[in-house]
Design a protein around this ligand. Structure first.
Ligand SMILES: C=C1C[C@]23C[C@@]1(O)CC[C@H]2[C@@]12CC[C@H](O)[C@@](C)(C(=O)O1)[C@H]2[C@@H]3C(=O)O
Ligand code: AKG
Ligand code: FE2
Length: 334
């Protein structure tokens, strides 16, 4: 059930109500319609009754917690993130910084098993099993969503998007972000807790403003807030954290394939000064040689092709050559 207003994010009503929450146990044709609406009006939505078991989510979260609670020198053994591995405060290669630490890896069993050796030297198979099971589950969720979106767009080939991420050479990746709390005991005494989030000088950007380059992002977080999306009038709208839901973002590649009908919304995470936030992301991407271009059903005389065709490898190379906040998709506009 959509509990939030389906009105565009642009309106005051939508800003007050938040982003759509879509109940995946609803009847399929209704779901297809709601998903398309959310992708075009918000570029982000939450899903409930998603069918991914609590056990699969908890196992991956436990592995993440175990890793981040290790001493810094042990964590460095899994780094640096270049671009895969353990990273702390540095994001990408071009000088972006944030109040977080993270692990990032390619989402295929071979890479995961190799990375597990440095992330969890004592029990690499526990880490790799937890991550592989999680990825299988969220990949299926991403494919179900993409197939319903294709149906909602009345596209003939319902698997046109999901086939890209089911490809064995898919370049999808997996990331766990950890935003430590920023406080010490003195701060707890000085600031009333309700004011802390807003007034405290240590409120910092955890992960700066950006859009995700891939097709779809499936994000899970603990119940600690911090994720925000940018509204068209420049306001940061908080997303209510809820560990029973997944948050789904349209990525740049999906915006291009939909010929600009869907929006790859800009978002960021602010570090919560009081509580540590942990988020787990699956970035669903095509294979490096896949060609990304607006699908024919989205192109007409009234809606001419907005983007030139590009390969995912070309797009990714561009993304990695730029800063986090740069608008890379604009470079591919006709
Ligand atoms: C600064 C950067 C980090 C990033 C690669 C980039 O050069 C620009 C895009 C960034 C981003 C944002 C979404 C994902 O978290 C990510 C893994 C991705 O695919 O693009 C990150 C990249 C990263 O952290 O390596
Ligand atoms: O950690 C979060 O909640 C968001 C991070 C994010 O947007 C990303 O890693 O691309
Ligand atoms: Fe993101």
């Amino acid at each position: 059930m959509v509990v939030a207003s389906p009105a565009p994010l642009r309106s005051k009503k939508a800003r007050a109500a938040g982003i759509p929450v879509i109940d995946l146990s609803l009847e399929r044709s209704k779901l297809c319609e709601l998903l398309v609406k959310a992708c075009q009006e918000f570029g982000v939505f939450q899903v409930e009754n998603h069918g991914v078991s609590r056990k699969i989510i908890s196992r991956v979260e436990r592995e993440g917690q175990e890793f981040f609670s290790k001493p810094a020198c042990e964590k460095q053994g899994a780094g640096p993130a270049a671009p895969f591995g353990y990273g702390s405060k540095n994001i990408g290669f071009n000088g972006d910084k944030g109040e977080l630490e993270y692990i990032i890896m390619e989402a295929n069993p071979h890479s995961i098993s190799e990375r597990s050796k440095s992330i969890s030297p004592a029990h690499p198979e526990n880490f790799s099993c937890a991550v592989n099971d999680y990825i299988d589950a969220v990949r299926n969720l991403a494919c179900d969503i993409l197939e319903m979106v294709a149906q909602g767009l009345w596209v003939q080939d319902k698997s046109i998007f999901s086939n890209l991420i089911r490809d064995p050479n898919s370049d999808s990746c997996f990331r766990i972000n950890h935003y430590p709390s920023l406080l010490n005991l003195d701060d707890w005494i000085k600031y009333p807790s309700s004011q802390l989030m807003f007034d405290h000088p240590k409120t910092r950007i955890g992960f700066g403003e950006h859009s995700d380059p891939q097709i779809l992002t499936i994000l899970h977080s603990n119940n600690v807030g911090g994720l925000q999306i940018l509204s068209p009038d420049g306001l940061w709208i908080p997303i209510q954290p809820d560990s029973d839901k997944f948050c789904v973002f349209v990525g740049d590649a999906f915006q291009a394939m939909s010929n600009g009908r869907f929006v790859s919304v800009r978002h960021r995470a602010v570090a919560n000064p009081m509580k540590a936030r942990m988020s787990v992301m699956y970035f669903a991407a095509p294979a490096p040689n896949a060609c990304i271009s607006p699908i024919p059903e989205m192109v007409s005389c009234e809606n001419p092709c907005l983007y030139r065709p590009f390969t995912w490898a070309e797009y990714k190379a561009t993304a990695y050559s730029l800063r986090l906040a740069d608008n890379r998709l604009d470079l591919f506009r006709n």
